[in-house]
Design a protein around this ligand. Structure first.
Ligand code: OSB
Ligand code: MG
Length: 368
């Protein structure tokens, strides 16, 4: 199989509702898609980078630039290229993990399609459907939040994650517990909005029996999370801090987290994501699949990953309609709180040409 090049395609998709986190408000997604063209097959990848570097250091224009200038030329010059070698070939370039992930996924999808093999099976999936949680943004008022949570529970979501920040933490959690009861699987995500000095405030969440507190402190403050874990009863889960299997192993050993959110883009690819799954499983640490408000392309791959045996908690793998009125692939539709794991070759979903065309703002061909 010979690589001919990559198409870099930018699309703009409005979100069905604004999504507010401690780092800002998203009203739409400006997504970079990658299509790998080989002599045998084509494959798709999705870059998780947001428009601004406010969740992680990457941003979508930067991802496109680094692919064009550094990453794709390195792949083009590599002998015996295949998806399993992408991370090694790109290792001389620091960071840019979401960009690397998208290129690796596009190549992996092309290879698997050529061989007729589904991604889920390739990764080691053991389930044919995955339970789904939903990430609920910060709202202007508690009644508005209760409406949103009630709507998602009615749709069948099996786990609710509330975004929190200082001033929006104990009150919304208490309100959700009072309205919907103690049986709702509930967790919170602070996206680095607190410091260790807030430990007493965060401990006020303990009585609400949350599954976990996700990334309360700065991404570089792994030791701080280990100290916080001694001061709160709720399990600490890391998201932003975990950038590789090595950082996951270190954070676990340090006692900084009892749970890991695995986002393939954040860690440089689905193959590294699987290694984190393995490291965590060996340490008895639970993992779940996070998200970056993906389109159907990235969602298909996330759902495949979430079907691995160590993904013992529901992920942020929500149905397409939680994000977009119209997806660029066949939509992922919740059935009894679960999404089906695609079974076709590669990602197992197809992009819809008319839909894709209508959201495309720019395409660029980079030949290899
Ligand atoms: O911190 O998990 C996060 C979305 C964008 C950036 C960061 C995060 C999120 C979410 C939503 O919480 C995940 C999703 O539903 O895709
Ligand atoms: Mg998070």
């Amino acid at each position: 199989m010979q690589l001919e090049g990559f198409e870099l395609r930018r699309i703009t998709m409005p979100l069905v509702a604004p999504f507010r986190t401690s780092f800002g408000v998203q009203t739409g997604r400006d997504v970079l898609l990658v299509r790998a063209v080989t002599t045998d097959a084509e494959g798709w990848g999705e870059c998780g980078a947001l428009a601004d570097p406010v969740y992680s250091p990457e941003y979508v224009d930067g991802a496109e630039d680094v692919m064009r200038r550094f990453l794709i030329p390195a792949l083009a010059g590599a002998p015996r290229l295949d998806a399993s070698r992408v991370a090694t070939i790109l290792a001389p370039f620091k960071g840019h993990r979401m960009a690397k992930c998208a290129l690796e996924l596009a190549l992996l999808d092309a290879e698997l399609r050529a061989e007729g093999r589904p991604l889920a099976r390739e990764l080691g999936a053991v389930r044919d459907r995955v339970p789904c949680g939903v990430s609920v943004g910060i709202m202007d008022s508690v009644p508005q939040l209760l409406d949103a949570v009630g709507g998602y529970l009615d749709q069948g979501y099996v786990r609710i994650k509330l975004k929190i920040e200082p001033g929006w933490d104990v009150e919304p959690v208490r309100a959700v517990r009072e309205r919907f009861g103690d049986d709702v699987a509930l967790q919170v995500d602070a996206n680095t909005a607190y410091t260790l000095a807030d430990a007493r405030q965060l401990a006020k969440l303990d009585p609400f029996d949350l599954l976990l507190i996700e990334q309360p402190l700065d991404e570089e403050d792994v030791l701080g999370h280990a100290e916080l874990a001694q001061l709160v009863r709720t399990p600490i889960c890391l998201d932003e801090s975990i950038t590789s299997a090595a950082t996951a192993a270190a954070a676990i050993r340090l006692g900084a987290c009892r749970v890991v959110n695995i986002k393939p883009g954040r860690v440089g690819g689905y193959l590294e994501a699987r290694r984190i799954h393995d490291v965590a499983a060996a340490a008895g640490v639970a993992v779940w699949c996070g998200g970056m408000l993906e389109t159907g392309v990235g969602r298909a791959a996330n759902v495949a990953l979430a079907a691995l045996p160590g993904f013992t908690m529901p992920g942020d793998t929500s149905g397409s309609d939680r994000y977009y009125a119209s997806d660029i692939t066949e939509p992922f539709v919740l059935d009894d709180g679960h999404l089906p794991v695609p079974t076709g070759p590669g990602l197992g979903v197809e992009t819809r040409p008319d839909q894709l065309k209508s959201v495309t703002t720019k395409t660029e061909w980079v030949s290899c």
